[in-house]
Design a protein around this ligand. Sequence first.
Ligand code: KG4
Ligand code: ZN
Length: 338
Amino acid sequence: MIVLGIETSCDETSAAVVVDGALKSNIISSQFVHVKYGGVVPELASRAHQQLIVPVVEEALRTAGVEKSQLGGIAVTYGPGLAGALLVGLNFAKALAYALKVPYVGVHHMEAHIFANFIEQPVPQFPFLCLIVSGGHTQLVLVRDFFDRELIGETLDDAAGEAYDKVAKMLGLGFPGGPAVDKLAAGGNAAFVEFPRSFLNGKEFDFSFSGIKTSVLYWLRDYQRSNPGVSFAQQPGLLCDLCASFQAAVVDVLVEKTFRAASQLGVRELAIAGGVSANSELRKRMNALAGERGYRLTIPKAEYCTDNGAMIALTGYLRLKSGVSSDNELNAVPNLAL
Ligand code: KG4
Ligand code: ZN
């Protein structure tokens, strides 16, 4: 079965093709229109998706060497995400499926992030504990089988990616900030500032990242007060140290809580997913600790961590293969729960 996957939940327009579950193409067009606003502007995202969806889908089919007439089904993200952005992909998928007389299926964006771990070998063995860290979500999910899972914990305020983006904005590093902070942190001293680690005693599987974001804000304010007129941007060493210190605090909490949960649940198999799982320090620390403590860990290639059509195509393929498809009534669900 040949399945086309379409992803338009935020600011990436992406399409991919899988043939019997094997990935043949994955085209991602990132929208740079948001950069000057320091964050995703929903209406601009919708308009950009409208302009990009046809060329991105055509490129995905061309790269895979597949004709539209060969498609056996279409998969599309229907939530969570930005309402207008989701509607562009969903309506496109419905119309194309109707024209080609093939089934289509709405895919849960966070479920697809988990299944990004199945795009390439080696894949996780069930049951496994998955840490999902993206721009809008930070969740620990126990995955018992493809469509059998349990939410173990999640953030009570900001998502990890959101904290990265907000701190990057404070530091004047542009948007999205995660990759920029990651890069600068590599050359910095993580012990420069001891930012707070929020372990939330009593809610041991939940997360909180708003405190650390505020701590960075206060640190910058105090620094500016005691160094009036000094531009932070002109001190690259300081910027690297600050990024490394912030990153160490976030990664400490993510890693520690994941291993604590795995130990309590008696799970020996781990995976990570979502945009922040592209982070070099998180990947390094997860790998090191998994090796040390005897856990098996799967991490998707960076390209499959951030938003992509490949994970949607694969998840849709699994759904369609098990006989599940969507009808024309399906609507976009911006706050779709896991
Ligand atoms: O999964 P994703 O592409 O979109 C959502 O579903 O939200 O995640 C985007 C988030 C952004 O907050 C971005 O800053 C963050 O992932 N991110 C990173 C890195 N690459 C992307 N955060 C830290 N380090 C990175 N290398
Ligand atoms: Zn995502």
